[in-house]
Write a protein of this length. Structure first.
Lengths: 642, 248
């Protein structure tokens, strides 16, 4: 591979934290030589130049599976050349601004403004302002309406784009759902536009956007208008003929045949998740009512076991990573999980490669498996009961029962485990002080169980380490709780104190999540277009990297929000079931009717079985594939501990 | 198997004979911004991709047996650095170089490799001297002036505290390599576990004692050009040092 000169001096790079973030040169990075030749000879290229942008630092972006998947999908296309770009941390941001050096791509060090498309991967709301930072550092107009024929097309995708309204003013094109097919269809339309510029009949930017809006799953915000009313909510409607009223997300029907990167870019420097990833399935058979992922990724589609084994083998060889993570929303729910785990461990025999197994259900098989894969020290066991009482677990449809937790822990304690992490949420709908105290009670009884096991078996027991972690409930679009209110910060702080005061034990540690960011997250998660000017002003006053607790400044955001005539209460309040939600013109396949019935069941403290046991009619049968069409298992699966 | 059994088995395991490849490697380009730990990981992963029969260390956290002669700091290029890679069987030298180079990231290259018996002395322990080249406007005069001082005190961070240290005794001598070029200078200095001097400390001494501009110092191209064993001037490049076998 050719080497490209960095636009920064050595002194600049030596002045920042982790300069390796900004230099590229990784094993597996792709540069299209043909394109470079064309550029050299003719000063332009017929390739569509795509900059895959991740609005957070390199170490986080390089741990992102969507980046690796789409980078390869795009580069496999004979007419697209895709490169990567990341948010520079504040030290580098300052240097780029001071020296007027435009933000550049990792591969060929090309300024992003020279690309035809910038595609942002949006995994969390708090990264929105970093999108603006990356555009700004590239000298690209921030507002979609200010961009002209010569500016790149700015698009995005990812789980938070289902309610992209707060960012609607900045994006030209939004992709809803899984991108492997859609992104290439989009590239084709944009390339037509690019190539037509040199002909007698150039396509205008508006025509190109209109063409893009014809692609299934593509949402072009400027072709929709919003009307607001206190009574009916925020209603988003197309403002011209030929634009769909509802945009339905795209899914990949067959995960066995879709492109999967078994030769990803391997970072030279340590990143957040320093391992290879094997994606096992998409979707989740459980319907925890607070969990957005559980609804937006439906229906469940599995890869077949032989395909996974082959991909796992290739990944291990091609990357050289000594750890492989099995990725899904609940790995134990993979129908052939025991076989897959055993086959992979056999394949890795003698290679010093370990398996990382997040989100496992604890039973004797998984405990055995963990003994095998954790040849090193025994790390902790993690459970996510999410709520402290059975009543509240029924409300949120977390189908885990106390008996299950205790029987699994008994096995684990007998096997020598002594570290347990418990995850809960505070502020869930219908939560009372009794539920909060239930968390403390559960933790204490687990501590008691530990000593009981020791007494019964006569084992010498170490001091146990029990960690209770609480995060804060945030009502998210496309969940049964999308209408629920969020507790005020004061109320959440009170509940957290109540819990803390009741968790006094030498063996129990309590960790809690930052309150400020949750207050803001709900605004962005359920926000509408009135937030675009707020985000713009916030960014311009120096607010970005909001996903970093030490950078996030809630008081400043509050001030700006108020200045624009809005309050947190506008978005944290309980929404009426009658009003139109600002994301209703988007469909993830799950119907509003189903979400409503789930909400009502929640308030009646009634649970809903998993998709594997019984179809509850959520609506995703419209995609015609997956778990919905499989034979139902009587008794199904017992519970979901991670 | 229970944790305690694993431990037992590991301590019982006999020492396996290692077939060592003593590699000479270079790095330039983007790879110079990697820290030493990251550089080590790059070599490990390349060896794994190449499916070479690497030996792993014993214990709870087995690592590939790779020993670097001297850590390479962030921002330093190298033309000749060394590492020992332990394999579980004899391996063709050229084949080894070819495989590794196919799988190393941009800017890191193995120049040659020599199959040696398992050495008695670790490659780290035999390094005494390094040679460097600095390239920057006016660097030769600055360096010549620095050598005329009796002592060169600079501040360095040690255990979280700033500490004064005299690096003058560690600067050995200029070499002839770049004579005549005012913007480049080649020199020998102490290196290794006993008496080591980091190039960035030399550059800060040039700022303090020779009035070198900060920006120029920070932009100086730093190239490690060799590592040696022995006492100056009787020094031998690491790859030419005769290896005493561990078992002899």
């Amino acid at each position: 591979m050719r080497e490209f000169a960095l636009p920064l001096s050595k002194a600049d790079l030596m002045r920042v934290e982790s300069p390796a973030r900004y230099v590229g040169g990784e094993y597996g990075a792709i540069v299209k030589e043909d394109m470079l030749d064309e550029l050299e000879k003719e000063g332009k290229t017929s390739y569509l130049r795509f900059a895959f942008c991740f609005p957070d630092i390199y170490e986080i972006g390089m741990s992102n599976l969507a980046l690796q998947i789409l980078y390869h999908v795009l580069n496999e296309s004979p007419f697209v050349a895709c490169e990567r770009a990341f948010s520079p941390w504040k030290d580098m941001d300052a240097i780029l601004r001071e020296k007027k050096i435009p933000l550049y791509s990792m591969e060929t060090k090309t300024p992003l403004s020279k690309f035809d498309v910038l595609g942002f991967s949006l995994g969390y709301e708090m990264c929105y302002t970093n999108v603006l930072q990356m555009l700004d550092l590239s000298g690209i107009p921030l507002l979609s309406e200010e961009r002209g024929e010569d500016d790149p097309v700015i698009c995005c995708g990812g789980p938070v784009t289902y309610n992209i309204e707060p960012m609607a003013d900045f994006f030209d094109v939004v992709m809803m759902g899984e991108g492997e097919e859609m992104i290439l269809e989009l590239c084709e339309k944009i390339r037509e536009y690019k190539l037509s510029k040199d002909t007698d009949h150039p396509i205008t930017r508006e025509e190109m956007l209109y063409n893009c809006a014809q692609i299934e799953g593509v949402y072009v915000p400027c072709f929709y208008d919003v009307s607001y009313s206190k009574a009916t909510g925020a209603c988003v409607k197309p403002n011209r003929e030929g634009i769909p009223e509802t945009v339905t997300k795209r899914i990949i029907k067959d995960l066995d045949t879709v492109s999967y990167p078994t030769n990803p870019v391997v970072s030279n420097m340590r990143v957040v998740h320093d391992r290879s990833y094997l994606e096992v399935f998409r979707g989740c058979i459980r319907g925890c009512r607070f969990c957005q992922a559980g609804f937006i990724y439906r229906p469940v589609r599995e890869k077949s076991e032989p395909v996974l084994c082959r991909q796992g083998m290739e990944l291990e060889k091609n990357t050289g990573y000594d750890e492989m993570g099995l990725l899904s929303l609940s790995t134990s729910d993979y129908t052939q999980f025991p076989k897959l785990a055993t086959d992979l461990l056999d394949t890795f025999e003698g290679h010093h490669t370990s398996l990382s197994l997040p989100s496992l259900r604890l039973d004797s098989f998984s405990l055995d498996l963990m003994e095998k894969v954790q040849s090193t020290r025994k790390s902790g066991l993690t459970f996510a009961p999410e709520a402290g009482t059975q009543r509240l677990r029924d409300v949120i449809n977390k189908n885990i029962r106390e008996e299950n937790i205790f029987s699994a822990l008994e096995l684990a304690f007998e096997g020598g485990w002594s570290t347990v992490k418990l995850y809960f949420m505070l502020g869930l709908p219908t939560e009372t002080d009794e539920d909060v105290l239930g968390i403390a009670d559960l933790a204490k009884r687990i501590e008691q169980l530990y000593y009981d096991v020791g007494r019964r078996t006569g084992q010498k027991m170490r001091k146990p380490e029990i960690t209770v972690s609480t995060s804060l409930f945030i009502p998210k679009p496309f969940t049964p709780f999308q209408w629920e209110k969020q507790d005020t910060k004061e109320e959440l702080i009170r509940k957290q104190r109540l819990l803390k005061d009741n968790l006094r034990s030498r063996n129990i540690r309590y960790a809690w999540h930052d309150f400020d960011s949750s207050v803001w997250e709900v605004v962005l998660a359920r926000g509408d277009r009135r937030l675009s000017p707020v985000l713009l002003e916030g960014y311009k006053s120096g607010l970005f990297f909001d996903a970093w607790d030490d950078q996030f400044k809630l008081p400043q955001w509050m001030e700006i929000l108020e200045k624009h005539g809005l309050t947190v209460e506008d978005f944290s309040r309980e929404y009426s079931e009658e009003e139109t939600l600002s994301w209703e013109h988007i469909s993830v396949g799950v119907t509003k009717k189903f979400l409503l019935s789930e909400r009502h069941k929640a308030h009646a403290e009634t649970t809903t079985p998993s998709c594997r046991e019984k179809c509850s009619g959520c609506g995703v049968t419209c995609f015609g594939v997956g778990e919905c069409f499989k034979e139902k298992v009587k008794g199904g699966v017992s519970y979901a501990a991670e | 198997m229970r944790q305690s059994d694993v431990a037992k088995m590991m301590t019982m395991q006999d020492h396996q004979t290692a077939y060592v490849q003593r590699c000479t490697f270079a790095r330039s380009g983007p790879a110079i911004y990697l820290g030493h730990l990251d550089l080590m990981t790059c070599f490990e992963r390349a060896a794994r991709r190449a499916q070479l029969p690497i030996l792993y260390s014993q214990g709870y956290n087995p690592r590939p047996e790779m020993v670097f002669a001297l850590p390479l700091g962030v921002g330093i290029e190298t033309r000749k650095d060394y590492l020992d890679v332990s394999l579980d069987r004899p391996f063709d030298e050229e084949e080894f170089v070819k495989s590794m180079n196919t799988y190393l990231p941009q800017g890191i290259r193995i120049l040659k490799s020599k199959a040696i018996p398992e050495p008695k002395d670790s490659i780290m322990s035999i390094v005494t001297t390094a040679s460097y080249r600095f390239e920057a406007p006016g660097i030769r005069a600055a360096m010549e002036k620095a050598l005329s001082f009796e002592s060169l005190e600079v501040e360095k961070m040690a255990k979280g505290k700033l500490k004064k240290t005299d690096i003058r005794p560690l600067l050995i001598s200029l070499s002839q390599a770049s004579d005549g070029n005012p913007d480049a200078v080649d020199f020998y200095c102490g290196a290794g576990s006993e008496k080591n001097v980091r190039p960035d400390l030399i550059l800060s001494s040039l700022q303090v004692y020779c009035g070198m501009d900060k920006e120029i110092a920070e932009n100086t191209r730093v190239i490690r050009t060799g590592l040696f064993s022995g006492t100056y001037p009787r020094i031998t490049p690491i790859d030419e040092v005769e290896v005493v076998c561990r078992n002899s």
